[in-house]
Design a protein. Structure first.
Length: 280
């Protein structure tokens, strides 16, 4: 069954368990509002922020939410770097494309100077505030990260020309303790470490996702409990299991997803017959 038929069958606005959910419909725990508020204040002065956590806890979704919120601030321009670069040429090329600056990747100083001067002029005239979001930053080369430090400061660090929000897995905070990045690490003003979610938070996620998609009664209470129990506080695992169940329910044209569907989908299958021992 294709996506359109699935949505029509259950009266859904979108599939609540796939990645392409509108930013305004994303679930987030209450403490995220405080974190975003601190980022909004950071944007006023510029600087660095760090988001870290184990895979599957919703770091990329948090970046999506942050991008949506910051884009609503007047004079803020948000650029998202989803593929961290391993060379300065590629780094400057993508950075220039994000902020519509004609950088020459072969000329490090020229690229840095052109970008700094363009931002400086915009800040003077229009209070233009560039914000760079970097996902999977644990893969980013150290010399590219240090370019961010240089690009972000001017006039002996008296004014910051760039706000950078760096996001990555649990390896990322350790990198900022190493000698080549300790200077950048000392400039991180806002931090958010995402921990595995509690049971109630996972249940809230399921109920919020279904409500926003327009099908609050699509999943039985016992199924929610089973999904939360087997997801181990990991949002990605929870979403993947729920998406698989939704696809199977639509294939069988079930009116609701329940624990019986969960067991038939994920329970280990019993062997139909015992294997015979090979003859000696």
């Amino acid at each position: 069954m294709n996506d359109k038929n699935l949505l029509a069958l259950y009266g859904l606005k979108w599939n609540p368990f796939l990645p392409d959910i509108p930013a305004e419909a994303l679930w987030h725990p209450p403490y995220v509002d405080d974190f975003v508020f601190r980022l909004e204040n950071l944007v006023m002065d510029g600087g660095f922020a760090l988001i870290s956590g184990e895979p599957g806890l919703g770091k990329s979704k948090l970046l999506q939410l942050v991008s949506n919120r910051l884009n609503q601030i007047e004079d803020v321009t948000v650029g998202v770097m989803e593929r961290p670069q391993s060379s300065l040429a590629d780094f400057y090329r993508e950075l220039g494309a994000l902020f519509e600056v004609n950088l020459r990747p072969s000329n490090r100083y020229g690229g840095f100077k052109a970008l700094r001067e363009r931002w400086s002029e915009h800040i003077k005239r229009t209070l233009f505030r560039p914000v760079l979001l970097i996902d999977e930053a644990q893969e980013m080369a150290s010399f590219c990260m240090n370019e961010l430090r240089l690009l972000g400061s001017a006039h002996f660090d008296s004014r910051c020309l760039l706000t950078t929000i760096i996001c990555g897995d649990t390896r990322l905070p350790d990198r900022f303790r190493q000698s080549d990045l300790v200077s950048l690490g000392s400039r991180i003003r806002v931090r958010n470490v995402i921990e595995p979610y509690h049971r109630q938070e996972m249940t809230d996620y399921l109920e919020h996702s279904l409500d926003q998609a327009g099908a609050t009664h699509l999943m039985s209470a016992s199924l929610k409990e089973a999904l939360v129990e087997h997801s181990g506080g990991n949002l990605r695992l929870l979403s993947n299991m729920a998406a698989e169940l939704l696809a199977k329910a639509a294939q069988e044209e079930l009116p609701q997803m329940d624990e019986k569907l969960f067991l038939s989908t994920f329970a280990p299958r019993k062997a139909s017959a015992k294997r015979k021992k090979p003859p000696k």
